[in-house]
Ligand binder design. Structure first.
Ligand code: ZN
Length: 460
């Protein structure tokens, strides 16, 4: 079939919703409107009556096939992008880690090879800078002009990932000059390392100690420091995975001053809370991720931050390690448990159910947070993030009357658990189209292998 016509659905964009048919041709959206009488032949018609047509999700925070804390994340680009597609996400921006002894350009090439021919949805990368060796910043212009227009730095994990403030300053000013932006993991790593050492010395080596070693103030302090350093560098800054009320306040203050500070939070901070660290045995390790889950007060503040526009993006921070792997590495010392959890498959439906259906955000705001705003923030608009004429035909068909039950048994993520085990949610993702191709039907991948393309993003 040359044409695809989705009829009778409700098209939802961040700017508004309308009942309309959507005509797709050659991977793009050709027309939107009342098109049922259109005199075209060779068309496949799909009845979407009663369904929502939503822009395919854009998840700008994933770690696929990524070396971390002595192991590698459990999803590679094949399994991770399949899971994303089945969950309604059709674009990823994944973190390219800097390899030991590799230059940034070499590291980027290593990560490109991991994705090439394996990813089933379109993707791009952020370049992680974990060792600012002599000459590293000289490579920034070439990295940006190759379409990788964002960098990532860590203010925690001294000795492995962390940059000191001077290096952070250098990355910010060089990136800015090259037309890139910097994503910051904001936690005060040195304080955390000492708190963690105290806990271990006191014999508190279990996974529940992870949370105690990273109190909210360790995030808030780092956020405030990074904002000031970005000011000194005259650079924009994007905070990944904010988790606390104090961080939201700090970003709001900066934005009120018209400083170019943006913030993201993640599905799990909005929907789970710290009580999971009280789980018996080793189960708390399932949510050993950074920053840790917080109390309900912080969770409510994050939702308020989204509604107010202080936080503009919801990502998954999909950083999966099987529970058995977490146990193997960290059963006797929580500090050695690889930090991260799964989420790329369920971000879309959990945000729809917990956000829209619980009345916390509008449908249009949901689209903005999960697709439109991340695409705009990272130079993927107008091809991604909206159902508009000329855009890529990345479309999720969601039945609001259906329901979804999440389980490790049935998920596509290569994981032995999900923190949402047994959750029964309103809404069912039926068809997912990526560049006009049907890639998933009711949670089953039906697309071709390795069909994803690398997206060259535009500079700021
Ligand atoms: Zn992450």
């Amino acid at each position: 079939m040359t044409y695809l016509l989705l009829t009778g659905g409700r098209v939802v964009n961040s700017t508004g919703s309308t009942n309309a048919d959507v005509l797709v041709h050659a991977g793009r959206i050709e027309a939107i409107g009342n098109l049922t009488d259109l005199p075209i032949v060779d068309v496949e018609r799909v009845d979407c009556t009663g369904r929502l047509l939503l822009p395919g999700g854009v998840d700008v925070h994933t770690h696929l096939d990524s070396p971390m804390m002595g192991t590698t994340t459990s999803d590679d680009f094949a399994s991770g992008t399949r899971a994303a597609a089945c969950g309604g996400t059709t674009t990823l921006v994944d973190f390219a880690m800097q390899g030991a002894g590799q230059t940034l350009l070499q590291s980027l090439e290593t990560h490109r090879q991991k994705a090439k021919g394996k990813a089933v949805i379109d993707y791009s990368f952020h370049m992680c800078v974990t060792d600012l060796y002599e000459g590293a910043t000289d490579e920034f212009p070439e990295i940006v002009s190759s379409g990788v227009t964002s960098f990532k730095v860590f203010m925690a994990y001294r000795g492995t990932l962390m940059l000191h403030d001077g290096a952070l300053f250098d990355v910010l000013r060089t990136s800015s000059a090259a037309g890139g932006q910097v994503c910051v993991h904001a936690e005060n790593g040195d304080v955390i390392d000492r708190l963690a050492a105290d806990l271990v010395a006191a014999g508190r080596t279990g996974p529940g100690s992870h949370e105690i070693s990273r109190p909210p103030s360790t995030e808030v302090e780092a956020v405030r420091r990074a904002i000031q350093i970005a000011r000194m560098a005259d650079s924009p800054l994007y905070f990944v995975h904010l988790s606390t009320e104090g961080a939201v306040e700090a970003v709001a203050e900066a934005r009120a001053n018209d400083w170019a500070i943006a913030g993201e939070t993640c599905t799990h901070y909005l929907t789970l809370d710290r009580s999971l660290y009280d789980a018996p045995g080793f189960d708390a390790a399932k949510v050993v991720l950074t920053p840790p889950l917080r109390t309900e007060e912080h969770r409510d503040a994050l939702w308020r931050g989204l509604r107010a526009g202080t936080l503009g993006v919801v990502s998954s921070d999909h950083c999966p390690f099987c529970l058995e792997e977490k146990r193997r590495l960290g059963e006797h010392d929580f500090r050695a448990i690889p930090n991260g959890g799964p989420g790329v498959e369920h971000r879309f439906i959990v945000m729809y159910a917990e956000g829209v259906r619980k009345g916390r955000i509008s449908l249009e705001k949901f689209v903005d947070l999960t697709a439109t705003a991340p695409a705009r923030q990272f130079g993927l608009s107008p091809a991604k993030g909206a159902i508009v004429q000329g855009a890529d035909a990345d479309i999720v068909v969601l039945d609001p009357e259906g329901s979804t039950t999440i389980s490790a048994e049935t998920q596509n993520q290569r994981m032995d658990y999900t923190p949402y085990e047994g959750w029964k949610l309103p809404g069912l993702i039926e068809n997912v189209y990526a560049r006009g191709e049907l890639v998933s039907e009711s949670g089953k991948y039906v697309g071709a292998e390795g069909r994803g393309r690398f997206l060259e993003r535009s500079a700021l």
